[in-house]
Design a protein around this ligand. Structure first.
Ligand SMILES: *[C@@H]1O[C@H](CO)[C@@H](O)[C@H](O)[C@H]1NC(C)=O
Ligand SMILES: *[C@@H]1O[C@H](CO)[C@@H](O)[C@H](O)[C@H]1NC(C)=O
Ligand SMILES: *[C@@H]1O[C@H](CO)[C@@H](O)[C@H](O)[C@H]1NC(C)=O
Ligand SMILES: *[C@@H]1O[C@H](CO)[C@@H](O)[C@H](O)[C@H]1NC(C)=O
Ligand SMILES: *[C@@H]1O[C@H](CO)[C@@H](O)[C@H](O)[C@H]1NC(C)=O
Ligand SMILES: *[C@@H]1O[C@H](CO)[C@@H](O)[C@H](O)[C@H]1NC(C)=O
Ligand SMILES: *[C@@H]1O[C@H](CO)[C@@H](O)[C@H](O)[C@H]1NC(C)=O
Length: 432
């Protein structure tokens, strides 16, 4: 080859290099501009500016780098879009990551970095954007603590007890607007922790408590999936997380703008996402579909709401109108305190809302029953942990809210009833 030609080729290659090579890091003297791309070490995720469909606004997002369809799983400035391509993400002299447009401050990490240790921002192969101190590698801020609408493997949904910060997923406003929408998913840690889907502050769905094996409201978890679930509740944190058994499968849990939880799996052969689980999935999945002290049963052809044993409709007219939301009251004159009362078993149940339940993980089912019987205010009990023969105690002292039954995979709930109801059920040879 002619030497000049060769030189020119090398020159072109050299000039192209900075454009082709990608990095996973933003350093203090290397700001990140619209058009730049961070790619994680093993190329699993990318971070860059993007515009949603039908929009010209610019957002910084993280998406899968391995699939054709751009699927944004995390947005840095969802409520602070930039209206042109002049946004810059950089690290300032005090080590914070900030997004600005000219002199206008748009967003920043706002962490106090004590030492004079310089920081860098790095996109990890999990899709997590982290701000780390270069010398001791300490993470001072991470994007996974501020989820958008997607939970991806290794991302924790839940409460950091040390900081009091509770991570929620929040829907996009619409498919073309990543702004904070009205649906959110996260833990209510009262009583026995449960995951709730909320519309604003109103609960739409709940997972049920973690029963040692799975969420009590998700019997589908009996089946084998491509992911493994972990739930942790200790003095430091409460979280739910999933990881893939085989990391080459892509799966994400999304709260969509219409208020549904979707579990999506990437189908490489078809080049699209496939939703294999949706919640709420039926009428009884809707929080409080049947009011207090009733049971929701989808297999009832006529009407899904019935009163629990020993209770009667609060408003018979509503039941006639097929509206069970008013719920049920203890039967008039029923004596449940020191009058030969006992318990009736509701099999295959999703136990009532455990955010108001008392929890004692350390006692047997027999002890749980005794404790409940002794206290006149105790309206029912169930095993906290169904693994093995069942242990631990959940007890309710008031209305039993949002109980339902499943054709399979539910657990036993024991409802306090008066002696007459108990006798009637025994006479009918019912299990009590
Ligand atoms: C984008 O705009 C076009 C034309 O107005 C419309 O037909 C399409 O549904 C829009 N796409 C989305 C995702 O909203
Ligand atoms: C873009 O936003 C800036 C403020 O962030 C504003 O000053 C400017 O007028 C906007 N430009 C357009 C075309 O809307
Ligand atoms: C860097 O950004 C943070 C967060 O906005 C701000 O509190 C801090 O004052 C900035 N530091 C400097 C030196 O500008
Ligand atoms: C993971 O799945 C891919 C695609 O199906 C397969 O080629 C690979 O062997 C699997 N890896 C493991 C460790 O099972
Ligand atoms: C959690 O549940 C408790 C008891 O039902 C309720 O008082 C509280 O408001 C709930 N918290 C949230 C964040 O919904
Ligand atoms: C649970 O019970 C065991 C044995 O009865 C006892 O040693 C242990 O201290 C108890 N734990 C708690 C948290 O009460
Ligand atoms: C639940 O019960 C199983 C089997 O008895 C036990 O191994 C497990 O530690 C229990 N879990 C909790 C959280 O107590």
């Amino acid at each position: 080859m002619h030497p000049v030609k060769m030189f020119l080729q090398y020159l072109i290659l050299f000039l192209m290099l900075p454009l082709c090579s990608s990095t996973d890091t933003i350093t203090p003297n290397q700001p990140f501009r619209d058009g730049d791309l961070l790619v994680s070490k093993e190329s699993r995720f990318a971070l860059g500016f993007f515009s949603p469909r039908n929009s010209t606004l610019r957002y910084i997002g993280v998406w899968y780098n391995t699939i054709r369809e751009q699927t944004v799983v995390w947005v840095l400035n969802r409520d602070h879009p930039i209206n042109d391509t002049s946004g810059v993400l950089s690290i300032n002299t005090s080590g914070n990551l900030l997004l600005h447009r000219g002199n206008t401050h748009v967003w920043s990490t706002d962490v106090s970095i004590s030492s004079v240790n310089p920081t860098v921002a790095q996109l990890l192969d999990t899709g997590n954007l982290v701000l780390i101190q270069k010398d001791d590698k300490m993470v001072v801020w991470q994007g996974f603590d501020y989820p958008t609408d997607n939970l991806i493997p290794h991302m924790k949904l839940g409460l950091n007890r040390r900081t009091g910060y509770n991570r929620f997923l929040t829907s996009w406003k619409s498919p073309t607007d990543p702004a904070t929408g009205k649906y959110s998913l996260g833990f209510n840690v009262s009583g026995s922790p449960q995951i709730f889907l909320y519309q604003g502050s109103e609960p739409l769905w709940r997972s049920g408590h973690w029963n040692g094996l799975r969420w009590s409201g998700l019997p589908v978890m009996m089946y084998r999936f491509q992911h493994k679930v972990s739930f942790l509740n200790n003095q430091d944190e409460i979280y739910y997380m999933f990881i893939m058994v085989n990391a080459s499968f892509l799966e994400r849990l999304t709260v969509d703008h219409e208020g549904y939880i979707q579990r999506n799996m990437w189908q490489e052969t078809e080049g699209k996402w496939f939703s294999f689980y949706t919640a709420p999935r039926d009428r009884c999945d809707r929080y409080g579909r049947c009011g207090p002290n009733s049971n929701c049963d989808n297999s009832q052809a006529e009407f899904e709401c019935t009163c629990l044993a020993g209770f009667e409709p609060k408003s018979p007219r509503d039941l006639f109108l097929k509206d069970g939301s008013a719920g049920c009251l203890r039967k008039e004159g029923a004596k449940v305190c020191g009058n030969g009362e006992g318990f009736v078993k509701v099999g295959g149940a999703k136990p009532p809302d455990t955010s108001v339940a008392r929890v004692n993980m350390n006692i047997s089912m027999e002890a749980c029953r005794e404790e409940c019987l002794k206290e006149c205010s105790c309206s029912g009990y169930a095993a906290a942990n169904v693994s093995g023969s069942g242990s631990g105690c959940l007890s309710w002292h008031g209305d039993l809210v949002d109980t339902r039954v499943f054709p399979e995979g539910g657990q036993n709930l024991y409802v306090r009833v008066d002696a007459i109801t108990l006798g009637m059920l025994a006479f009918n040879c019912q299990d009590s």
